[in-house]
Write a protein that binds this ligand. Structure first.
Ligand SMILES: NC(=O)c1ccc[n+]([C@@H]2O[C@H](COP(=O)([O-])OP(=O)(O)OC[C@H]3O[C@@H](n4cnc5c(N)ncnc54)[C@H](OP(=O)(O)O)[C@@H]3O)[C@@H](O)[C@H]2O)c1
Length: 348
């Protein structure tokens, strides 16, 4: 077993483990204002076992949010911080989806209350990265200037070390000046980026992500040019890319699991994805372990400056993910995977 590799995260100006523990899943099932936002079947003790295994295996990056299990995720991570060396770890959390009784999740009173609760849940006096989780800043972005001011004040005070925001799932900077279908969303995001001037982004990237043309500036090239770090999410397609689901064995998700309403998880989409991934299962092996290796290595290969966040529910899933680091993909593999998956246009 090789030691955990590290990556220099621009923006934070710090080394982090190449694999980060994404702590959304361990929050368990939850709803926020009637919307499913959690994950089914999570046992807190088993999930804590996953966190302990992560630290034993050299994971130094832990990502959570106020809404992950409505505080459960932060509190489980806080339990880990009571027995771990805080200064060796990079901890990120998020604000922006939980409005409580306030008018808006980004109302300054709400943001202050959420940060205090987050620090209390985690049992720490600072966050390494604090993300603006949602892009909804109210009518006419009413809450945006105050939200940005608060984040910068907290960064100056040292309560947070870096400001984060999310990137669009599909992005090429050049789309902003076209009249194509992504133009408005791209312009909107570039405007927010300009206002927030974040240090770190989260971006979705996995086997199904679009391939960009050489003349297009994808989110990784864009971030690099701006000196901004990137944390990659949804590398495993939230489990979709690992499980070989035929029509006969499709999982059902309860009302507290966000996958119950996610269009990517409709029976039809899962059937189509199963067929699309079949050639890779033949070549690399059908097990979740074999697919996890493809997913993790594909993302790490694409973005040598970025760290990959993976969700997990137990120690065994963490082990599988970390074991995949010992088996890099070669350039030929990447070419082959792209040829198999992107022979015809798909969306995800
Ligand atoms: N998705 C977002 O919008 C978002 C935004 C900001 C940050 N993040 C961060 O990114 C982290 C990663 O989450 P994600 O949404 O990107 O999901 P992901 O990592 O693509 O998928 C995680 C899920 O895959 C399944 N899995 C993991 N290891 C497995 C294994 N070895 N064998 C079989 N199944 C396995 C587990 O679900 P099951 O066991 O239920 O199948 C697990 O919860 C989050 O925890 C969060 O910290 C995500």
């Amino acid at each position: 077993m090789n030691p955990m590799p590290h990556r220099h995260l621009a923006g934070l100006k710090a080394q982090v483990s190449a694999i980060g523990a994404g702590c959304w899943t361990i929050g368990g099932p939850a709803t926020n204002r009637g919307t499913p936002i959690g994950w089914d079947g999570v046992d807190p003790d088993t999930a804590f076992g996953g966190l302990v295994r992560a630290i034993e295996r050299g994971v130094t990056l832990y990502d959570t949010a106020d809404v992950y299990g409505l505080g459960h995720s932060e509190r489980l991570l806080g339990k880990l911080l009571r027995v771990a060396a805080r200064h060796d770890l990079t901890i990120s959390s998020k604000v922006g989806y939980f409005a409580g009784t306030a008018r808006h999740a980004y109302h300054p009173l709400q943001m202050r209350a959420q940060l205090a609760t987050t620090l209390d849940n985690l049992g720490t006096d600072h966050l390494d990265i604090y993300f603006l989780h949602s892009s909804d800043f109210g009518p006419h972005d009413r809450y945006l200037p105050d939200a940005v001011d608060l984040m910068r004040t907290w960064r100056t005070e040292g309560v947070i070390r870096a400001v984060g925001m999310r990137a669009p799932h599909r992005f090429a900077e050049e789309w902003a000046v076209t009249d194509g279908p992504q133009a408005a969303e791209t312009r909107r995001w570039l405007h927010l980026f300009d206002q927030v001037r974040p240090d770190v982004l989260t971006a979705r990237y996995n086997l199904l992500s679009p391939l960009y043309a050489d003349h297009e500036t994808d989110i990784f090239r864009f971030a690099h040019r701006h000196g901004v770090g990137v944390l990659i999410k949804q590398v495993l397609g939230q489990g979709l890319l690992l499980h070989a689901e035929t029509s006969a064995n499709q999982r059902q998700y309860s009302a507290g699991d966000h996958r119950s309403t996610d269009p990517a998880f409709t029976p039809d989409n899962r059937r189509q994805l199963h067929a699309r991934l079949a050639p890779l299962r033949v070549r690399y092996g059908p097990s979740p372990t074999a697919m996890a290796r493809l997913c993790v290595q594909y993302a790490l290969h694409h973005a040598p400056d970025a760290a990959v966040l993976v969700g997990f529910r137990n120690a065994s899933q963490i082990d599988t993910i970390i074991a995949s680091l010992d088996h890099p993909l070669q350039a030929d593999d990447i070419t082959q995977i792209r040829a198999v998956l992107h022979a015809s246009p798909h969306t995800y």
